[in-house]
Design a protein around this ligand. Structure first.
Ligand SMILES: [Zn+2]
Length: 415
């Protein structure tokens, strides 16, 4: 197929993708209700409820504006051959294909950052401020940015160079070697994240509340795990939103609780949240999700192999000299519909797992504790309480709060 047809295909994908996103976001805004659902009246004040609705609306509008601007600039870049310009700069800097490719993506990253940076500022320092979430000073924001840039250049650079090298040198089985290389890389990152990467951004202090600590150990023992360490994380340095997460391999788990979570929820509620988290491990959800993401990676690399040696796909973006990196960029646009469908499947499975974890947790904790924990977290995070069902189908990794409360009430635990 010649580059003209490829360009039509790529532009169609970009337009349809934007169209679907706009339609879903508008659908979601329209489904916001001004009246508070009766079963939430005990925990949401009318004021808080109104806030959650207008926060959702304003955040959606901001994201939509960003999406429209980025898509328009992408089309302009294709039509005015701006990617060719970036490619020429990278060729003029280095004669080595590995560095040319890395520099090309590095320049592209800078361009994308320049466009999205103002939106990040507006979200953090206007919107999140207005609704009282943001606790982050401008200094922390900048420090975070710099650390993230260094990490992305380092890790992204290693990943790109590996992919370029393998696809240039390993012939028909390149996808398989790339699959092995990228999987090993991901596992190393997963392993290092709690040890090296997360402490770059937050302080982790061993829990001092001995009564809560004992309750967590008791719960873990009942479910069949040993908790190695329990940390309190200073999430409140950036946001008022609350969360908890578990890491670790095998029988030994580490738990990190946001300080906001400990300050907002009662002990029983925290235990209920952790029972849900441990259920994910017990039901092998984490393992299944890793298998699924490896399958996604394999699909991506096999299709990439099919497209990588087609000179006309990078010409469709206006790039004169075909190369692996230029084709990788074109391919990532062509892959959008498939990744969109894979995302829907992943979310569908994730919602199923969330329900299973909720049900499993009920064997160990009272349903009313889990319900009130979920309500408090939703109130605290100003979650959208009335998302449109179609929007949920496409984008939600968790069932909406109303649904979760309904099935938790129906399956009230006997504890
Ligand atoms: Zn979960």
């Amino acid at each position: 197929m010649n580059s003209y047809y490829w360009q039509i295909i790529i532009l169609t994908i970009i337009f349809v993708h934007l169209g679907i996103n706009l339609w879903l976001e508008i659908l979601n805004i329209k489904s916001l209700k001004t009246k508070i659902p009766p079963f939430l009246q005990d925990i949401f004040s009318a004021e808080k409820y109104k806030q959650s609705q207008s926060y959702t609306k304003e955040l959606t509008i901001l994201n939509l504006i960003e999406k429209i601007i980025i898509t328009s600039l992408l089309i302009i870049a294709i039509k005015l051959n701006l990617f060719n310009y970036l490619n020429k700069i990278s060729i003029s800097i280095s004669s080595n294909y590995l560095f040319q490719g890395t520099i090309f993506f590095f320049l592209l990253f800078i361009c994308i950052e320049l466009i999205s940076f103002p939106f990040e500022l507006i979200q953090n320092f206007y919107l999140e401020n207005k609704y009282g979430f943001n606790k982050m000073s401008f200094k922390i924001f900048l420090q975070d940015k710099i650390k993230t840039y260094i990490l992305s250049f380092l890790l992204g650079g290693i990943l790109l160079i590996t992919i370029f090298f393998i696809f240039k040198n390993f012939g028909k089985l390149a996808w398989l070697y790339a699959f092995l290389g990228v999987s090993i890389f991901m596992f190393i990152i997963q392993y290092l994240a709690p040890k090296i990467i997360l402490p770059l951004f937050n302080k982790f202090i061993p829990i001092s509340d001995s009564s809560l600590k004992q309750k967590i150990h008791n719960l873990a023992q009942k479910i069949g795990y040993k908790i190695q360490d329990i940390y309190i994380m200073d999430g409140s340095k950036r946001t008022t939103k609350a969360n908890a997460f578990l890491t670790g391999f095998g029988k030994y788990k580490k738990i990190a609780l946001f300080d906001n979570l400990v300050n907002t929820l009662s002990h029983q509620e925290i235990i209920a949240v952790l029972a849900h988290e441990l259920a994910h491990f017990k039901l092998k959800h984490i393992f299944k999700q890793i298998i699924l993401s490896l399958a996604n990676l394999a699909i991506f690399l096999i299709t990439l192999q099919l497209f990588l040696h087609q000179p006309n796909i990078s010409k469709a973006l206006g790039i004169e000299y075909p190369s692996i990196h230029a084709n990788l960029l074109a391919f990532s646009l062509i892959f959008t519909p498939l990744s969109f469908i894979l995302g829907i499947m992943e979310n569908f499975l994730s919602r199923k797992f969330e329900k299973q974890a909720d049900m499993f947790a009920l064997k160990f904790v009272k349903s009313q504790d889990l319900i009130s924990a979920l309500k408090k977290l939703a109130q605290n995070n100003l979650s959208n309480l009335t998302p449109h069902p179609i929007y949920v189908f496409f984008f939600y990794s968790h069932p909406p709060l109303t649904k979760r409360i309904k099935y938790l009430q129906q399956n009230s635990s006997s504890i």
